[in-house]
Design a protein around this ligand. Sequence first.
Ligand SMILES: [Zn+2]
Length: 158
Amino acid sequence: MKVASFTIDHDKLLRGIYVSRKDKVGSEVVTTFDVRFKRPNIEPCMDIAAIHTLEHLMAVYLREDEKWADKIIYVGPMGCRTGMYIIFKGDLSPKDVLEPIANSVKYVIDFEGKIPATTSKECGNYLDHNLNFAKWECKKFYDEVLTNIKDENMIYPN
Ligand SMILES: [Zn+2]
């Protein structure tokens, strides 16, 4: 199966929540979402420490969300630092996961205190975090994209 997100035109890609791919695992389907915080190659990508903090906090939120915890397989940053990959159990659309993803972004915006799993035992680069930048990225994405999400923010460009 080809990786949809490698064949899309990144010059036309907007911010949003897209289906990167669907895979069959036995009789089940898992859906990988491209949660794109930044317009690739048009605006600066996320700071490394900010996206690292985003990874920790979004993963914690989604793995504890009552309704979604058992459907979350993976939460991780894209190497290009323009977004996150989130893998869910099930054959899902962006509209299906808008609520838990928006809630995880809100969780980062409102988060106060010590970032979870940031001891040297728990994290491979535990000093490399930036909560304020993570909050800033989340607020921008939430206010400018998630609160008024359109089809063009959920369907890859042709
Ligand atoms: Zn870490």
